[in-house]
Design a binder for this molecule. Structure first.
Ligand code: ADP
Length: 474
């Protein structure tokens, strides 16, 4: 179902969504295209004319109402997400809690959208900056975090006073429908939040070519992001892009190796490696490489793979047969080029798209896995000798989203935080995502930030006003 202007809409076309863990049908969804998107834009535009007049306090109340709905229905939302995209149920429930965290934070910030008073160059003048909602915004989201990726866009947009239409990923529309059932019950005015689903290209075209849409926010692959940036040029539409990553994880010889292993397990195998901040390259300093590799291979044995609906599962399937093929291809290429498999290295569990948690050693920069984003449970180990060398190798990529570094040397922490060309650095810390922090990348990993005050400013336009006293000096 699509949710446009406060009501659910059916269309003539329907699609079945299948569970990647077992191939079973999860449910059906109606598909829309250009017309439905245009209707959603019109609804969001009409709603904006009133919504823009609301106070931060009023908008905060809607966000809190949504928090309460998500809290009440978190189990049902999480179950839908697990069935649609495979992650363990406990992780899906945690994702709802993360979404709630973002909603609460932005509900609080909605009341703190301040302007500025600037010192004038002429005493007869008063110089002001006010921040106004940008208008109708459009969001395109991926399947790997089918709840929190929507909320990370929706929460600051609502807090800022914008309206929004959202296109979820083709594999996870039913989770988005569950979310919109909560939005409906939370009582948002009609047209403030709209859900369109269906033909991605047609929806994306309408979102970028309709001049009423003032901003596009996208999370997905760099290739699609680049296309959308091109399309957004037509009306000089503002864009936020959260694109691919190829996170290095650097382990120096003075690091706490057990902590580093636990952090690699978390950043590499959570969500079966299908996150844009997943560790993609593990750089271990020569003198500790052997012991680290042994510890990692042992820890990987404890990862329980299976259907996310079963209890105690640590890792579910990959999202699709294409995703599985990509991982197989990367591993095969690495082995052909001289890498060796320390753990895993094969798919399991047909008809689900399962791949064993895999560790590769002896990986070099020439292999495909060193440059192509993996999006799978494969941990390639590279060996380095000096700090200077590892900085150069870690930065030698067109991506720049997240990087991780483990060391106990304080001076090195300071050097590394400045030298790594990434938007986010986890320094002895694998768990970097919090609502108050700006999430985003440099280079081809994106434009703009989500989360924190920066994430709110993405939905606000600054207006500068110079007021001159007509006769009297101030
Ligand atoms: P992934 O490989 O993670 O699926 P994509 O970048 O292909 O990443 O997809 C992310 C989101 O972008 C999804 O919602 C998808 O439907 C959407 N998308 C893909 N191609 C286009 C396009 N040409 N225009 C607009 N949206 C698109």
């Amino acid at each position: 179902m699509l949710f446009i202007n406060g009501s659910w809409k059916k269309t003539d076309e329907k699609e079945t969504i299948y569970n990647p863990a077992n191939g079973e049908a999860v449910g059906e969804v109606f598909l829309g295209g250009t017309n439905e998107t245009e209707q959603a834009v019109t609804a969001a535009h009409d709603a904006f004319l009133e919504w823009r007049k609301t106070t931060g306090k009023e908008r905060a109340a809607f966000l809190r109402a949504l928090v309460s709905e998500l809290d009440t229905h978190k189990r049902a939302i999480a179950e839908t997400a697990t069935k649609e995209m495979g992650k363990p149920l406990a992780d899906a429930e945690r994702e709802v809690l993360v979404a709630i965290d973002y909603l609460e934070w932005y509900a609080e910030e909605a009341k703190r959208i301040y302007g500025e008073v600037l010192p004038p160059s002429d005493p007869a003048k008063q110089l002001l900056v006010i921040r106004q909602p940008i208008g109708v915004t459009a969001a395109i989201t991926p399947w790997n975090f089918p709840i929190s990726m929507i909320i990370r866009k929706l929460a600051p947009a609502v807090a800022a006073g914008c309206t929004m239409l959202i296109k979820p990923a083709p594999s996870t529309p039913l989770t988005a429908v569950k979310l919109f059932e909560c939005i409906e019950r939370a009582g948002f005015p009609k047209g403030v939040l709209n859900l369109v689903h269906g033909d991605a290209v047609a929806i994306g075209k309408e979102m970028t070519s309709n001049p009423l849409v003032k901003k596009l926010t996208f999370t997905g692959s760099t290739a699609v992001g680049k296309k959308l940036i091109e399309q957004s040029a037509e009306h000089v539409q503002k864009v936020s892009m959260e694109l691919g990553g190829h996170a290095p994880f650097i382990i120096f010889d003075d690091a706490d190796l057990d902590n580093a292993v636990a952090a690699v397990i978390g950043t590499k195998f959570k969500n079966a490696g299908q996150t844009c901040i997943s560790t993609n390259r593990i750089y271990v300093q020569q003198s500790v490489a052997e012991v680290f590799s042994e510890k990692l291979a042992a820890a990987v044995q404890n990862i329980l793979v299976g259907d996310g609906m079963n209890q105690d599962i640590d890792m579910g399937p990959l999202i699709s047969t294409e995703a599985l093929d990509k991982v197989e291809r990367q591993v095969k290429n690495a082995v052909q080029e001289g890498a060796s498999i320390t753990s895993g290295g094969a798919k399991t569990g047909e008809p689900g798209y399962f791949y064993e948690p895999t560790v590769l050693s002896g990986v070099t920069e020439e292999m495909t896995i060193a440059t192509e984003e993996t999006f799978g449970p494969v941990a390639p180990i590279f060996i380095f000798e000096t700090e200077e060398e590892v900085v150069q190798r870690a930065n030698n990529t067109s991506y720049g989203l997240a990087g991780y570094c483990f060391t106990k040397d304080m001076d090195r922490v300071l050097r590394m935080m400045h030298q790594l060309d990434y938007g986010m650095i986890g320094m002895n810390d694998p768990a970097i995502v919090v609502p108050q922090a700006p999430f985003g990348g440099v280079k081809e990993s994106g434009l703009g930030r989500e989360g924190g005050t920066s994430g709110l400013y993405e939905y606000l336009e600054e207006k500068y006003i110079s007021i001159r006293a007509v006769s009297a000096l101030l």
